[in-house]
Design a protein around this ligand. Structure first.
Ligand code: PEP
Ligand code: MN
Length: 376
């Protein structure tokens, strides 16, 4: 199946056109190509489902540490060729350098994707775009690690300007420094804004790299479909627990097929319950972030109290408090929130912060100024 698209070259800009596909584009396969047997086992299972369009397997792996499995490299391209011959599935792999592009094109790989770490580097992206010039291979560009929409859009435009006719985007979530139940934060508004900027963009969701663990994949995939994504890229391994990379997030072929049925089969009776659970899981994830942000804020308030103690200042600094309040009310209004609600929430936070600071100030000697404790 083609990822056919119309190209939009308007205003000298280049936005890839969206396929008018009725069915979503499905890309599935293991994180990494490990052995010829593992690759063929995964592919044979996936080929049983006519909804799978492309078989994925990483040949060159962008791993965080040099001690991890770095991928088999060029020899594994032949395993992908065998998959295509024996199963009829099209094949796709990640490229991260002009050398990878050269090898993958030589091996006739049907589609390429560019990984999140690579997209963060415009020099490399330009080199890859130059290496792809003149080929007609479709290219999917993952979002960069940081939630930087311009960098993502820029990488896509570099591909289109190099004359690549079929360019799409993969949303794989964004690195988040706080605690979260997910490996990467979805920040759904970013891919949706990208699609707004590039009307008709072929936009694929990769729930595996967002979730980081298999039990969250289904809810993310459902969300992506609700947001009208053009398709999914899902990691599937014959024995996920023994995978050489991303073991926690890969699905067995059986679980993947159930996911496909759940998403595209007959709607289950309890679709409301499913949706409710998905939305609640997202709320839980936001609550984790909120509580984490509050705890960091309180820690900072404690440090500020130490400075105030040294300087002989009161915990309550009215001018500063007004400034904080105005700032959050403006931010709230910008996000469509009622300023009265924002003010109430911040009054609570501020009181707690003052209580904490008063504790620090009181712990000093007799010179310390006393502040009454607020009761929440
Ligand atoms: C992958 O798809 O296996 C991969 C390495 O993805 P990402 O670039 O999203 O981390
Ligand atoms: Mn992976």
């Amino acid at each position: 199946m083609e990822i056919s698209q119309q190209q939009n070259e308007s205003a000298g800009q280049s936005a890839s056109g969206r396929s008018n596909r009725k069915t979503p584009l499905i890309i599935a396969g293991p994180c990494s190509a490990e052995t010829p047997e593992q690759v063929m086992q995964a592919a044979s299972a996936l080929a049983l489902d006519h909804r799978v369009d492309y078989f994925r397997a990483g040949v060159w792996k962008p791993r965080t540490t040099p001690d991890s499995f770095q991928g088999i490299g060029t020899p594994a391209l032949q395993w992908l060729q065998e998959v295509r011959e024996k199963t009829g599935l099209k094949v796709t792999t990640e490229v991260g350098s002009p050398k990878h592009v050269e090898e993958a094109l030589k091996a006739g790989i049907d589609m390429l994707w560019i990984g999140a770490r690579t997209v963060s580097n415009p020099f490399v992206i330009q080199e890859i775009a130059d290496a792809l010039r003149g080929s007609d291979v479709p290219v999917l560009v993952k979002n960069p690690l940081s939630p930087d929409i311009d960098l993502w859009e820029g990488a896509i435009n570099r591909m289109v300007r190099a004359g690549i006719k079929e360019v799409g985007a993969i949303h794989r979530g964004f690195f988040w420094w706080g605690k979260s139940i997910m490996r990467n934060q979805p920040f759904w508004h970013i891919p949706l804004e990208l699609r707004r900027r590039m009307p008709g963009l072929l936009l694929i969701n990769d729930p595996s790299h967002i979730a980081g663990k298999r039990d969250l994949i289904s809810q993310l995939a459902h969300r992506a479909m609700e947001h009208d994504f053009s398709g999914l890229m899902v990691e599937v391994h014959p024995e996920p627990d023994n995978a050489w990379s991303d073991a926690a997030q890969q699905l067995t072929p059986r679980n993947f097929l159930s996911l496909m049925d759940e998403l595209f089969g007959i709607a289950p009776e309890s679709s409301h319950t499913t949706l409710l659970n998905e939305l609640r899981a997202e709320v839980d994830s936001m609550d984790e972030m909120l509580v984490w942000a509050l705890s960091v804020r309180m820690e900072l308030a404690g440090k500020i109290a130490e400075v105030k103690k040294e300087a002989g200042l009161n915990s309550l600094q009215t001018g500063r408090w007004q400034e904080v309040l105005e700032n959050v009310k403006t931010l709230g209004a910008r996000s469509g929130m009622d300023p009265v609600f924002v003010e109430k929430v911040y009054n609570y936070i501020h009181r707690q912060s003052l209580n904490l600071q008063n504790g620090v100030l009181k712990s000093n000697d007799a010179q310390t100024k006393k502040e009454p404790n607020f009761v929440l």
